[in-house]
Design a protein around this ligand. Structure first.
Ligand code: GRF
Length: 313
């Protein structure tokens, strides 16, 4: 027994699935009454995960049985020891164990949904910003929806304790799919919808329903280089400056009122891939969190009459 280490070796971490433990109602009450974000709930309270035994996989069932025999009827296997890819402790599905979203009036943060289809590096920048308690963000990402199963962005969200939803588009009419997304957004009481690498063109019906509360990031300095191949187009055109734009979404493609833009240089040996990386790192990941913050704080609003972005600063 004395040879068993009492702390996990540094290169190991634990991955826990919140769906596998019982959440006592007191924690839901604390979260609601205290307007506490999921991240702070996990960091501050044990949320019913009172004591954790780390045992060899082959001993797990026996240890569980012994605990139950000795009166710990709630004991369950909640996770495993892993070689961590991100943080040493990952809690999955934390957002999914609350039966209802927090009542919005109790939270002064704007409830944000991010729609993705892929790697989600912009989503990550948004998560990092909104969850950084030192920034006291006015926005909280409470839902991430992907139209494609298994994409890396979904893992980024669940690693951060954010509820995820996959709504496949295959075999559905555009409006039918959009209305499914709309229903999910409404039932999660979403204030703002952020498109982050969401590879779908939204129907006019959806855009009208979310007009002024729906934003997108496009990898060019709009109105230059609309469409899918912006980095190749910028190189072919020989421009020396390229960049990214955050804009409100309207019924056109890459045409809505501009909120923020950020330039990056185009360098002589750039390939589309190199340029894309620079645009993401130096422009997109910088202005998307900033634009969301301004929107959530009401620094920039959508003028419904003139269809323009209006700054209050
Ligand atoms: C970004 O370049 C964004 O501007 C565009 O799609 C890409 C998504 O990348 N709309 P990621 O999934 O955020 O890494």
């Amino acid at each position: 027994m004395e040879n068993i280490p009492r702390v996990l070796p540094k290169h190991l971490g634990v991955e826990i699935d919140a769906l596998k433990w019982n959440l006592p109602p007191i924690f839901r009450w604390i979260q609601k009454e205290g307007n506490v974000s999921n991240q702070v709930m996990i960091r501050t309270f044990n949320c019913g995960l009172g004591m954790v035994f780390i045992v060899a996989p082959e001993d797990a069932d026996l240890v569980l049985k012994m605990l139950k025999i000795n009166g710990e009827s709630d004991a369950s296997i909640v996770g495993s020891v892993v070689i961590p890819k991100t943080q040493p402790v990952v809690i999955r599905n934390f957002a999914n164990i609350w039966d209802k979203p927090i009542v919005p009036e109790l939270s002064n943060k704007k409830r944000v949904a991010v729609l993705i289809s892929g790697s989600g590096t912009n989503l990550q920048a948004l998560i990092d910003h909104t969850m950084d308690t030192s920034k006291n963000s006015a926005a909280e990402i409470v839902l991430v929806i992907s139209n494609i199963e298994g994409v890396a962005g979904l893992k980024r969200a669940s690693d951060a304790g954010i509820r995820t939803l996959v709504i496949p588009h295959a075999g559905k009419k555009r409006v039918e799919f959009d209305m499914e997304v709309h229903d999910a957004l409404v039932s999660a009481q979403i204030d703002f919808v952020v498109l982050a690498g969401f590879m779908r063109i939204c129907s006019e019906k959806f855009v009208n329903l979310w007009e002024g509360r729906l934003i997108n990031i496009h990898p060019s300095l709009l109105p230059s280089f609309k469409g899918m191949h912006t980095h190749q187009d910028a190189i072919s055109a020989g421009v020396r400056v390229h960049g990214a734009t955050v804009h409100f979404v309207d019924a056109g493609v890459d045409t809505g009122p501009i909120i923020l833009q950020e330039p990056v240089p185009v360098l002589p040996n750039d390939t589309p891939e190199i340029l894309q990386e620079r645009v993401k790192l130096e422009a997109e990941h910088k202005i998307y969190p900033l634009a969301l913050e301004h929107l959530a704080r009401g620094d920039v609003v959508y003028d419904y009459q003139n269809k323009k972005a209006v700054w209050k600063l």
